[in-house]
Design a protein around this ligand. Structure first.
Ligand code: A5A
Ligand code: ZN
Length: 482
């Protein structure tokens, strides 16, 4: 009995939509396009992801805030590039009852324009810096690309955004480094390998000096951006007049950064670790890490339920999230349900296990089954869950690395996209004209250049830009994206 991943890999889009519903993540039937309902099981996984984010924020000295969802038009229109970037995507509140509002309100698409006039009141002196806050809220974007649950929604309902202010560009740069470290910890918990790219000028976040994005590889060879960090330099500080007094009594504009993530983290986790039976959740975020299935036999005198409860108690005391499935349905049905929901480890107990003081463990990722003595159970569970967490990461790393190909010509790049898609790395002179030409010829997006910057030039020596023939200055990455 092996792990089947045929439908998962060959009909990923259908597989994904189906699993979101059948595994109880979201209901997509809400009558507003791009806005879905979180179902209890999906929300429990998302809350576990949020818990990791909260603890990372605490670890790094960010304070949690909650801003209103509505932004006055006058505030929204202060930073020129930001308006241009978002004006086609915002929802407006224009009326209160029957009366038109004097000042129209924007439903936040992200919270720069909500936060920064307040920052200008709060930040007074160098002693207030660095200033680090974050919130997890819903934001609204009228997305025109194909909407998909968790991946591209019009109500991003779990939008994490960290906003920071600093006394220098260098300190803001340190913040971007810290964001990458935080991101790495979140990605590890989700067993997600990723690549980081510095976006090209034409694809920066509106108002940013530069943007960095973290991408994962989905099973169909398309990339998904699951995190971004932006250095704004003083762009927003000037627009919103965020100044501080230096030690010498001078007034200076702050340097700002932001860092954003969303329910796409869950989309990536579901998509990347799945198989034909459904989800496989990384133990670190699985709402149920161990499901115990008692398998009673009609004429057996031993109590499998009591034995199952006893095991559950001991596992809970050891700190695991455990569920005992006592439903009055066939064990096969139970296996099917919990496999679909991605519970990383199943413990089966029948009369023979009770008599022999043992249990059968079944790993969700490999579907391997093995017997463990009752007294070794807690240790075996701990070790197996660790193994699942690690091997999910390894399997996903395989998926990612096998989809990255370095080429030197546009023809080779085209072949990659005809074949199995993935990420193409190609030498590039750095000009916008050549970058856009490649995007067009490949019908793919430039993710950017490898980040940190030292990596952006690795392997370019002696190489030429395939469009203009000039010396290559960077490696550029292209992909079909979600
Ligand atoms: N203010 C900055 C942080 C910002 O808004 N950046 S962002 O536009 O890139 O969004 C941050 C993250 O939110 C993205 O990296 C992506 O993972 C997620 N995101 C963006 N649009 C989304 C959408 N329509 N649906 C789901 N997630 C989305
Ligand atoms: Zn060129």
């Amino acid at each position: 009995m092996g792990v089947e991943r045929k439908r998962w890999s060959e009909a990923f889009s259908e597989w994904y939509n189906e699993v979101i519903e059948t595994a109880g993540i979201q209901d997509k039937r809400y009558p507003v396009k791009g806005m879905n309902i979180w179902l209890p099981y999906g929300l429990r996984i998302m809350r576990n992801i949020e818990r990791i984010i909260h603890s990372e924020m605490e670890r790094t000295g960010h304070n949690e805030v909650l801003f209103p969802a509505l932004v006055p038009e006058t505030e929204f229109q202060k930073e020129a590039e930001h308006i241009v970037g978002f004006e086609d995507e915002v929802y407006w509140v224009t009326h209160a009852g029957r009366d038109p509002l004097d000042v129209k309100l924007v439903l936040r698409p992200t919270s720069e324009t909500a936060m920064y006039s307040m920052f200008s009141l709060w930040i007074r002196s160098h002693a207030d810096l660095p200033f680090k806050v974050y919130q997890i809220v819903n934001v609204y974007r009228y997305e025109t690309k194909h909407t998909r649950p968790l991946i591209r929604v019009r109500e991003i309902s779990r939008f994490f955004e960290a906003h920071t202010a600093h006394d220098s560009f260098e300190d803001a740069e340190k913040q971007i480094k810290e964001d990458l470290e935080i991101f790495d910890n979140v990605a590890k918990a989700l067993a997600l390998p990723y690549i980081v790219s510095k976006r090209p000028e034409w694809d920066k976040f509106p108002g940013a000096y530069y943007s960095v994005g973290a991408e994962v590889m989905m099973p169909d060879g398309r990339t998904l951006q699951i995190g971004t960090m932006h250095n704004y330099r003083q762009n927003f500080a000037k627009a919103y007049d965020i100044q501080y007094e230096t030690e010498d009594g001078e007034h200076e504009y702050v340097h700002q950064t932001t860092f954003g993530m969303s329910e796409r983290l869950l989309a990536a986790t579901i998509g990347i670790h799945g198989d034909d039976r459904g989800m496989v959740l990384p133990p670190e975020v699985a709402p149920i890490q161990v499901v115990i299935v008692p398998i009673p036999k009609k004429d057996a005198s031993v109590d499998v339920f009591a034995y199952a409860e006893d095991i559950a108690d001991e596992l809970r005391k050891a700190g695991f999230r455990v569920h005992v499935d006592e439903r009055d349905i066939r064990p096969g049905r139970k296996f099917y349900d919990w496999e679909l929901k991605g519970v990383p480890l199943r413990v089966e107990v029948g009369p023979r296990d009770v008599a022999g003081r043992k249990a059968v463990l079944a790993r969700r990722d490999t579907l391997e089954k093995f017997e463990v003595g009752r007294d070794e159970l807690v240790d075996a569970v701990r070790k197996t869950l660790d193994d699942v967490q690690k091997s999910l990461f390894e399997r996903a790393s395989q998926l990612l690395s096998s989809h990255i190909k370095r080429v030197e010509t546009v023809e080779e790049a085209k072949e990659v996209f005809e074949d199995r898609r993935g990420i193409v790395e190609i030498p590039w002179c750095g000009s916008e004209e050549c970058g856009l030409r490649m995007e067009e010829e490949l019908d793919a997006k430039m993710l950017g250049t490898p980040y940190p910057e030292e990596k952006a030039r690795e392997g370019t020596e002696g190489k030429k830009c395939p469009i203009c023939g000039r010396e290559a200055k960077f490696i550029a990455r292209f992909a079909r994206t979600y």
